[in-house]
Design a protein around this ligand. Structure first.
Ligand SMILES: *Cc1c(COP(=O)(O)O)cnc(C)c1O
Length: 226
């Protein structure tokens, strides 16, 4: 049952927080509902889930009107520039800003609609060829450029760690991104905060929480295999 799975994930987050001396209130669990039908999302909603993550614009905008209004929708997948206008005003946070051109498009569309948009920069920490995102050494320049965009607000960083059998293998990646976010935060760049660290999925969210994640994106662990 989704309710039980959700409770198990929450309990694991609480335990990871306890191990790391963190307050569980600092960690937001995002239920990644991609490919799953609306009744399953309703079940998660009834069990208390309010943050849902989708990786496709089409799916997000199709599901959003069918579910309660107090849900916070997170755009977590690669976003094409011609679809940006569809998610603005629907997603509370775009986790997957992986290029300057995408950020420019968000600024242009947000200006047109008179909206403010919170984003995270996606970082390809492990430099995997198959993944989107900035390399670590590109992030500071990107942050400084985007900080000048009046309608776009950087709130932190996101990463998708490699697929590994043993989540311990990703610990260094999470540590690295955490430290990097702290360092950038200390630079006090106008219009930029580094409060959000979106990292950790079903296979590795407990390690991510131990290493400072403030948002974890869990799909399979809540809704079952896709
Ligand atoms: C699918 C997806 C997740 C969730 O993956 P699970 O392994 O099912 O928990 C998290 N983040 C992103 C960006 C995804 O696309």
């Amino acid at each position: 049952m989704i309710k039980d799975q959700l409770e198990e994930v929450r309990e694991n987050i609480r335990r990871a927080c306890a191990r790391a001396g963190r307050n569980p209130d600092e960690v937001t669990l995002i239920a990644v509902s991609k490919t799953k039908p609306v009744p399953m999302l309703e079940e998660a909603y009834d069990a208390g889930a309010r943050d849902f993550g989708e990786n496709k614009v089409q799916e997000l905008v199709a599901k959003e009107p069918q579910l309660p209004e107090d849900i916070r929708w997170h755009m977590i997948g690669h976003l094409q520039r011609n679809k940006v206008h569809q998610v603005l005003g629907k997603a509370v946070l775009i986790h997957s800003v992986d290029s300057l051109r995408l950020a420019e498009q968000i600024e242009a569309d947000a200006a047109k609609k008179g909206l403010d948009v919170d984003i995270l920069l996606e970082v390809n920490v492990a430099r995997e060829e198959s993944k989107f995102g900035f390399f670590l050494e590109e992030v500071e320049d990107a942050v400084r450029t985007i900080s000048a965009f009046p309608h776009v607000h950087i709130r932190g960083l996101m990463t998708i760690a490699p697929f590994v059998e043993n989540p311990e293998e990703n610990r260094e990646i999470f540590k690295k991104l955490y430290q990097f976010a702290v360092d950038i935060g200390r630079k006090n760049i106008d219009n930029v905060t580094m409060d959000v660290l979106s990292m950790g999925m079903t296979g590795d969210y407990q390690v991510a929480v131990e290493e400072g994640a403030t948002m974890v994106r869990v799909g399979t662990g809540i809704f079952g295999a896709r």
